[in-house]
Write a protein that binds this ligand. Structure first.
Ligand code: AMP
Length: 185
């Protein structure tokens, strides 16, 4: 199964991605985690992107797309993947479409985790990552609205919208149910 997860920062996407990845048996690919791992290992890429992550801005598409292209060339993605945090804008979605078309593959679904902005800002302030300062959080929400939310139109025929307020298990069950229903169509 080839899935993309979309939702504002703080919607619990990462947590849901972990649960869904293990239930569906496909790797969880988080571009945010990949960047943070480069930063903690102080690679050249890590040094290049650190200030961008700290500011809550998007890493340039050329860098991000290349990293994803390499990751999707690895064998563990042959039977599917769950992308968390990519694509983040329409240009990245076009590149993803090209990568998949070259493999004769297509996305099965895009799962949108929907939650109110007030709720996510509170959640993020409680999380305490280095890019979780209030002004950075607000900036990331704005980036989501302007750059990422248009993906919901772009992928209109593939979007499954899930209410992301509730217990972790409850939310993943909603997503799994939506995927099961998709399989029955
Ligand atoms: P996340 O862990 O998904 O919240 O991502 C953390 C940060 O990594 C974002 O605020 C961006 O700076 C960067 N990032 C993650 N994914 C992308 C992407 N697809 N395109 C550009 N920047 C990204």
């Amino acid at each position: 199964m080839r899935l993309v997860l979309v939702g504002p920062p703080g919607a619990g996407k990462g947590t849901q991605a972990e649960v869904l990845s293990s239930k569906l048996g496909v790797p969880h690919i988080s571009t945010g985690d990949l960047f943070r791992s480069h930063i903690s290992q102080q690679t050249e890429l890590g040094r290049e992107v650190q200030d961008i992550l700290d500011a809550g801005a998007l890493v340039p598409d050329a860098i991000t797309n290349e990293m994803v292209r390499e990751r999707l060339a690895e064998a563990d993605t042959d039977n599917g993947f769950l992308l968390d945090g990519f694509p983040r804008n329409v240009a990245q979605a076009n590149v993803l479409g090209e990568i998949l078309a070259a493999q004769d593959h297509a996305l099965d679904a895009v799962i949108e985790f929907r939650v109110d902005e007030d709720v996510v800002v509170e959640r993020l302030l409680a999380r305490g990552r280095t890019d979780d300062k209030e002004e950075v959080i607000r900036h990331r929400q704005q980036v989501y609205r302007n750059e990422t939310a248009p993906l919901l139109d772009y992928y209109a025929d593939k979007v499954l919208t899930i209410d992301a307020v509730g217990e972790i298990d409850e939310i993943s069950e909603r997503a799994l149910k939506a995927l099961r229903e998709l399989g029955e169509k």
